[in-house]
Design a protein around this ligand. Structure first.
Ligand SMILES: Nc1ncnc2c1ncn2[C@@H]1O[C@H](COP(=O)(O)OP(=O)(O)OP(=O)(O)O)[C@@H](O)[C@H]1O
Ligand SMILES: [Mg+2]
Length: 475
């Protein structure tokens, strides 16, 4: 288990805070999108209201034959009720103007045409009013109620701007209240539905990882049917599996230790028995002479078995110690240990290049080769009678970024029983006296070197390939 310990993020650095910030940002963005058209339409209706008063004035002007003669009090009242400095009525190419008794000089005139319907222009107009400084004069233009006539109202922009500002601040206030309420409601909901269950999952993972042998930490899944429910159930199942696997492993390890101890003593006892049997073999009694060799081979086998079981325990535990090794020499030694070198009926061919050096564990790789070569010899010896020109060879080739060391023989191929349980410890043996450990050990060694051991061919001969990363090659 890695020493690195993941800790749960705090309330304000995990999912919750990200969620709150996202919700508020989204709501405010929506509010802005809603605000723009609404402020534009507020301004449009404000202008239309003023225009309505302007129309009343226009109608008066239209009805009066002599406008300049109108009493001042009347024109001033008309103008102040519209909040205007001046009203112009145009009809048939003629203009009529009424203005306050004390005319106001128009300053920085900005025109608002109430016939404008383009939403973008309306929004821009509203923003322009809001962000322009005070002191501008507003010129509202609209159609008169008769064809070809128009009405213009000149007035200060200030009242419009003040109303827009008041309206905007109302909207901003309402927006904030809505955003806050929605954010809290959404947060509570999402938190209950998602964040809380996800936190429960992560907390459980962290705790279980620290103590996978503690069954009380296995998650109790809820009854949810959605993805989170599935995740909970899968996690619980995984934890359950891991828990029982660990327990099983522990039991096997305990048993293995006991077997190793018994085996060790057994081997020593057998070795003593072997010494005795050697002594017995020297006796002259013909009966003893007949039985002694059988006794010796039986004891040999028993000792071999005890030895390889011990080796298996030891071999799988150690990690390869890499060092430069000349492959050809290593194969030579392995062939000798596998009693292939100088064999009376089997010819051995070592095709590894002289100069090839690898960065491997010499003892482990040697053992791997011995196991493969011994298997080949045993297979050929067993089938020996029926075959001619028995041979075993080791060759090396490079494929892409891989180095392949192949051990081949022209023997009978693997028996089905061996093929079915290939590489399974104690199961794969299909020959009398075999332990079924040779290939599992060889595969473990290959994997510990970052490579693989595969059965490449069987039938007319057998070919095992040890596939190593080319990076292990030194020259
Ligand atoms: N080159 C081969 N040709 C034919 N059969 C083979 C060959 N290599 C392995 N086998 C078969 O595969 C079986 C398993 O081999 P493995 O080396 O794992 O166990 P073993 O040789 O039976 O016992 P051990 O090697 O532990 O003494 C062998 O019993 C044999 O039947
Ligand atoms: Mg073997």
């Amino acid at each position: 288990m890695s020493a690195l310990r993941t800790v749960m993020p705090g309330r304000f650095s995990g999912l919750s805070i990200k969620l709150i910030v996202t919700i508020i940002a989204v709501i405010l963005a929506v509010e802005v999108v809603v605000y723009l058209p609404s402020v534009a339409s507020f301004r449009a209706s404000w202008l239309a209201d003023r225009m309505r008063v302007g129309m009343v004035a226009a109608r008066v002007l239209d009805a009066v034959p002599d406008v300049p003669a109108l009493p001042r009090s009347l024109t001033d009242r008309l103008l102040t009720s519209a909040g205007a400095n001046a009203i112009v009525y145009r009809r048939d190419g003629q203009s009529q103007l009424i203005e306050l008794a004390e005319p106001v000089m128009p300053d920085r005139v900005v025109t608002a045409d109430i016939r404008e319907t383009n939403p973008a222009t309306l929004i821009l107009g509203a923003l322009d009013t809001l962000f322009a400084g005070p002191g501008r004069t507003l010129r509202i233009v609209g159609e008169g109620d008769v064809d070809e006539s128009s009405v213009e109202i000149l007035m200060p922009e200030r009242p419009l701007r003040q109303d827009l500002l008041a309206y905007s601040s109302d909207i901003v206030l309402v927006s904030f209240v809505i955003a806050a309420l929605t954010a809290v409601a959404l947060y509570l909901m999402v938190s209950r539905l998602f964040i809380h269950p996800v936190r429960r999952l992560t907390t459980n993972m962290l705790a279980f990882r620290q103590a996978p042998e503690n069954a009380s930490l296995i998650l109790t899944p809820s009854l949810r049917r959605d993805e989170i429910g599935i995740a909970e159930r899968e996690l619980a199942a995984m934890e359950e599996d891991l828990f029982s696997m660990l327990r099983q492993r522990q039991h096997l390890a305990d048993l293995g230790l006991a077997v190793a101890k018994i085996n060790h003593d057994l081997r020593n006892t057998l070795t003593s028995a072997q010494l005795l049997s050697d002594q017995v073999a020297t006796l002259d009694d013909p009966k003893v002479q007949r039985l002694a060799p059988r006794l010796v081979t039986t004891l040999d086998k028993a000792i071999g078995f005890a030895q390889s079981v011990l080796d298996y325990g030891r071999e799988s535990a150690s990690r390869p110690v890499l060092a430069p090794v000349a492959l050809r020499g290593l194969i030579e030694d392995a062939a000798f240990d596998a009693r292939l070198a100088g064999h009376p009926t089997i010819s051995f061919h070592n095709q590894a290049p002289e100069a090839l050096r690898l960065n491997v564990d010499q003892v482990q790789l040697g053992r791997l080769l011995v196991n493969l070569l011994k298997n080949a010899r045993e297979a050929l010896e067993a089938a020996g009678g029926n075959m001619q020109a028995l041979q075993v060879s080791v060759s090396v080739e490079e494929r892409a970024d891989l180095l392949v060391i192949a051990v081949s023989d022209n023997g009978p191929g693997l028996p089905p029983r061996a093929r079915d349980n290939l590489f399974v410890a104690f199961e794969g043996s299909a020959r009398a006296g075999g332990t079924g450990l040779g290939l599992p050990i060889a595969r473990e060694i290959a994997e510990a070197h970052g490579g693989r051991l595969v059965l490449a061919e069987t039938g007319q001969g057998t070919r095992f390939e040890l596939i190593l990363p080319a990076a292990l090659r030194l020259s």
